[in-house]
Design a protein around this ligand. Structure first.
Ligand SMILES: *Cc1c(COP(=O)(O)O)cnc(C)c1O
Length: 494
């Protein structure tokens, strides 16, 4: 299987290790497989009897053909075991009204990014080897919350890679900050900056082209890399849980083999939902992918009108991991549907004007697979309350966006298809807002977890239960102008 850029399909292509080692193609495009492997119902039915890690191995082996089956099997076993994920990696909860909820937050950081970031670092290490890379990797991350912590957990104590995370000290939740500040690991460094997420992101981007830093990296035999969701090594593992969910619904008798399901996905960077689209292209019986957004509804507008326009006000919501105006992985969808030439054209427009418009014909083609809805904070709060009261199930603020979208979809389409809702974080990760929504109780972030437990009786995930007792290892908070110095200081200790 060869990988090419979304903006140029004439190239000979690279193997998957190259795509994972490099992250981004030289022309600024994203790596995509030249073709999508197809599977049939037989394959799905055989998959259904395997544990999650073997499903992952089987599916990844179709895409990462330059990795041996043993290598993939070893990576999957190290990632998807009970130490990391407990009894089940991605279990389904069935609500009394029949809604299936796929819980993607049983990993070490209690958010869905673990599904990819537990295995991607291992694929990345093997990729260095396969590419003959002699230098060590320095992964720079700017995070608005979940990615930073999940990357730290995923790369912790691995050889030949170092991770430096910057987060905006006032732009992440108290829980997220605490999770990062207490992170142990010899190869890790975490620093808060005075500024917002864009400041952190811009400085990290600037670091990639800084001459001063380039000399330092050369001296220390390091190369820079990133772990964000445009890396194919993060996207490919996300295809697995769509298959696993379908298999579980089939085994549980919720659907017949071959029956089509719709899936509602809380969407930010479009990585999660794109993995669902790839699963559909492979042959998994998925009808509509329901793209759920919060008030940053740039995708809803795009899926309705065909116009993508990031020139708009940015809203800070109670679902912060979806506060995004540029959904990078949408580029891959444009490639899959319209080819590299058209994709490059649209991306150029996005670059120049911050917007682009697809033709009505192209829009129809997108809408054959996708439908978009958005939900305000008030609608989400109401949904958290009613899901708890009617169904006895506590959801977090991100899952609430998907649950709202599912309701709007059912209302509009009057469908009898089975709908799967993806749940991307435990309610305890956003305990203060969930507490307020479900019970009308206001508490400090420190006390919210306990209070939410008292009122709901829902079990607290162990990584969160212990968080306030853990020692702060990374207290440093700096001005955004000192980020380069902070990087230099970190690599001088490597
Ligand atoms: C990252 C994240 C999302 C959005 O996923 P994308 O792949 O960026 O669309 C949704 N919910 C939570 C809790 C997340 O951390």
């Amino acid at each position: 299987m060869k990988y090419i850029s979304t903006r140029d399909e004439s190239a000979r292509g690279y193997n998957s290790a190259y795509a994972i080692r490099h992250g981004l193609a030289d022309d600024g495009g994203l790596f995509v497989p030249r073709s999508i492997p197809r599977v049939d119902l037989n394959f799905i039915s055989e998959l259904a009897s395997l544990p999650y890690r073997q499903k992952a191995t089987k599916l990844l082996s179709l895409f990462l053909t330059d990795y041996t089956y043993e290598e993939l099997s070893e990576c999957a076993a190290q990632a998807y075991n009970s130490d990391n994920f407990g009894d089940a990696c991605a279990p389904i909860a069935y609500l009394p009204n029949g809604t299936a909820v796929l819980e993607l937050w049983h990993g070490p950081t209690s958010a869905f990014k673990d599904m990819a970031l537990q295995i991607m670092p291992r694929l990345f290490l093997l990729a260095l080897d396969k590419c003959g890379e002699k230098k060590k990797a320095l992964i720079l991350v700017a995070t608005s919350g979940d990615t930073g912590k999940a990357a730290l957990e995923g790369f912790k104590d691995l050889p030949n890679v170092f991770v430096k995370v910057f987060y905006p000290t006032d732009g992440v939740s108290v829980m997220q900050k605490r999770q990062m500040q207490t992170q142990a690991g010899k190869n890790l460094s975490v620093t808060g900056i005075c500024g917002n997420f864009d400041d952190a992101q811009n400085e990290v981007k600037a670091a990639f082209s800084s001459n001063e830093l380039a000399l330092e990296f050369e001296d220390h035999k390091l190369f820079l890399s990133s772990a964000n969701s445009i890396n194919w090594g993060r996207l490919a593992p996300q295809i697995v849980y769509y298959f696993s969910a379908y298999c579980d619904m089939y085994r549980n008798g919720a659907i017949d083999l071959g029956e089509s399901i719709d899936v509602a996905v809380p969407t930010g960077n479009f990585g999660d939902i794109l993995a669902g689209f790839i699963a559909k292209l492979m042959g998994l019986p998925i009808g509509k992918l329901i793209c759920a957004s919060n008030s940053n509804n740039v995708l809803t507008e795009f899926l309705r009108s065909g116009r993508y326009d990031k020139n708009r006000a940015f809203h800070t919501t109670i679902s912060p991991s979806m506060d995004i105006l540029i959904s990078s992985n949408l580029e891959r969808l444009l490639y899959f549907l319209f080819g590299a030439k058209r994709c490059a054209e649209l991306m150029k427009s996005l670059d120049l004007f911050g917007s682009y418009t697809v033709s009505q014909e192209e829009l129809l083609c997108i809408r054959e697979h996708f439908e978009g809805y958005f939900a305000t904070d008030e609608e989400c709060a109401e949904c958290i309350k009613s899901t708890y009261e009617k169904d006895g199930y506590l959801i977090d603020t991100h899952t609430a966006v998907a649950m709202c979208a599912k309701q709007k979809f059912m209302h509009e389409y009057k469908t009898s298809d089975k709908i799967l809702v993806l749940s991307t974080a435990t309610p305890y990760k956003f305990a203060a807002d969930v507490l307020q929504s479900a019970f009308g109780v206001k508490e400090t972030p420190e006390n919210s977890v306990k209070k939410l437990f008292e009122l709901s009786g829902v079990k607290i995930p162990s990584p969160i239960a212990a968080i306030w007792e853990r020692k702060i290892i990374h207290p440093s908070i700096i001005s955004k102008d000192s980020m380069n110095d902070s990087i230099i200081e970190f690599i001088s200790r490597i």
